[in-house]
Design a protein around this ligand. Structure first.
Ligand SMILES: Nc1ncnc2c1ncn2[C@@H]1O[C@H](COP(=O)(O)OP(=O)(O)OP(=O)(O)O)[C@@H](O)[C@H]1O
Ligand SMILES: [Mg+2]
Length: 148
């Protein structure tokens, strides 16, 4: 799916610094402020922070850039879309938990990761990623609400 984003207004953004232990917390505060200004209620801000935390953690864990940009845009359907950019061309993949477990010897050992994208798929209205010509990608998720 291609998401058409309305980019006529300045895009709120935040850069998470891999070396800053406050980086993710500060990005959560930034996102809460932005979504609040957009008119999201507390429940929606909670959902947004949860989704952003998973996207940003994926960027930090699965890719190598020191700076992880986070942006909030409004899609043409009015939904706030959280974007997290990273420098890797590798694709996010929802890991089927049972299949992953079946490939290994111990079931219990391998039920402890591969939850983030599956959760985002349940919480977001829609999500996906867009490759950036030769400089990685943006992974994005739209919130299940519409703002004015
Ligand atoms: N930004 C990304 N760049 C490259 N690969 C990614 C990215 N995000 C996710 N992936 C791939 O998709 C897989 C599933 O991601 P997901 O967030 O569901 O699980 P996880 O990060 O492995 O574990 P968890 O989120 O439960 O701690 C990852 O293991 C990784 O292979
Ligand atoms: Mg993850």
């Amino acid at each position: 799916m291609t998401v058409q984003l309305a980019r006529e207004s300045p895009t709120p953004h935040w850069i998470i610094d891999r070396t800053d232990e406050r980086g993710l917390k500060d990005a959560r505060d930034f996102l809460g402020d932005v979504l609040g200004v957009m008119g999201c209620d507390a429940d929606m801000i909670y959902i947004g922070k949860t989704i952003m935390t998973e996207l940003a953690t994926n960027a930090l864990v699965h890719t190598a850039n020191d700076a992880v940009p986070v942006r909030v845009v409004v899609a043409e359907d009015g939904r706030p879309v959280i974007e997290v950019e990273d420098g890797s061309d590798a694709r996010p993949q929802i890991r089927p938990i049972i299949e992953v477990a079946d490939e290994r010897d111990s079931l219990a050992e391998h039920f402890d990761s591969g939850r983030g994208l599956a959760m985002i798929a349940k919480m977001a209205a829609y999500w996906g990623w867009s490759m950036l010509e030769g400089r990685g990608k943006v992974v994005w998720a739209a919130l299940p609400t519409v703002v004015k």
